[in-house]
Write a protein that binds this ligand. Structure first.
Ligand SMILES: [Zn+2]
Ligand SMILES: [Zn+2]
Length: 223
């Protein structure tokens, strides 16, 4: 029997590891995905939905933290198969739609290596253009199947990076603005705007969310 795909991290919230990246499955009757993994994550997600007794048609909303290919990789599939709504910040949307390109910088030697590696690697992961249905600004509170979710613009890792804060549930989906690689919050290792990413990291960690769910690494719990 295949290992369980989903790791329960909170009531109605599950983590799905797609090799080096996380995505999160919210079972709110219908399904919300916070990020969608690489293109290769498709089968994992189908299997994860089966574990919840759900179908692909149940996917209603895709909350995307930023435009990177390891986060938006399967979004086109769910948009096509279940007409899931794609939510992404308006600054990152043109990149996901392949109308714009951006450069990522590493600030230290090891990060330059990572950035160069990503540059080599991403053409193979790149998917078809993805059109956004709801353009996010930051500052708004979305009603996600009855859950109030605050959109926090957290630029730096990408210029349109967002975190999603379900304040009542005490859960902050941080995307790549905060890394959880060692189980503690760390700044991102590659970014489009280095100074902005530092500010965003401080802003998000200052929220002291009881549960911070990063794009990479382990959940970070407080208290
Ligand atoms: Zn990223
Ligand atoms: Zn990432």
């Amino acid at each position: 029997m295949a290992p369980d795909r989903l790791q329960r991290v909170a009531d109605q919230v599950y983590r799905l590891e797609d090799r080096f990246v996380n995505l999160y499955v919210l079972d709110l009757g219908k399904i919300v995905l916070v990020d969608t993994g690489t293109r290769k994550a498709e089968d994992h997600i189908r299997q994860g939905l089966r574990e919840l007794g759900k179908e692909v048609e149940d996917i209603a909303v895709l909350l995307l933290t930023h435009h990177h290919v390891d986060h938006v990789g399967t979004a086109v599939v769910w948009k096509r198969e279940s007409r899931a709504e794609v939510d992404l910040h308006r600054i990152d949307a043109p990149v996901a739609a392949k109308r714009e390109r951006r450069r990522t910088h590493g600030v230290e030697a090891r990060m330059k290596v990572v950035a160069a590696f990503m540059g080599l690697f991403t053409p193979f992961m790149r998917g078809p253009p993805l059109e956004t249905d709801r353009l996010l600004d930051g500052g708004e509170v979305l009603d996600i199947l009855g859950w109030p979710v605050e959109v926090i613009h957290a630029p730096g890792h990408t210029l349109g990076s967002c975190a999603f804060y379900a304040r009542e549930a005490g859960i902050l989906f941080a995307g790549d603005a905060v890394n959880g690689r060692r189980g503690t919050p760390e700044p991102p290792i590659a970014m489009e705007d280095v100074a902005a990413s530092r500010d965003s990291f401080r802003k998000l960690t200052a929220l002291n969310a009881p549960l911070l769910l990063p794009g990479h690494g382990s959940p970070v719990r407080r208290g």
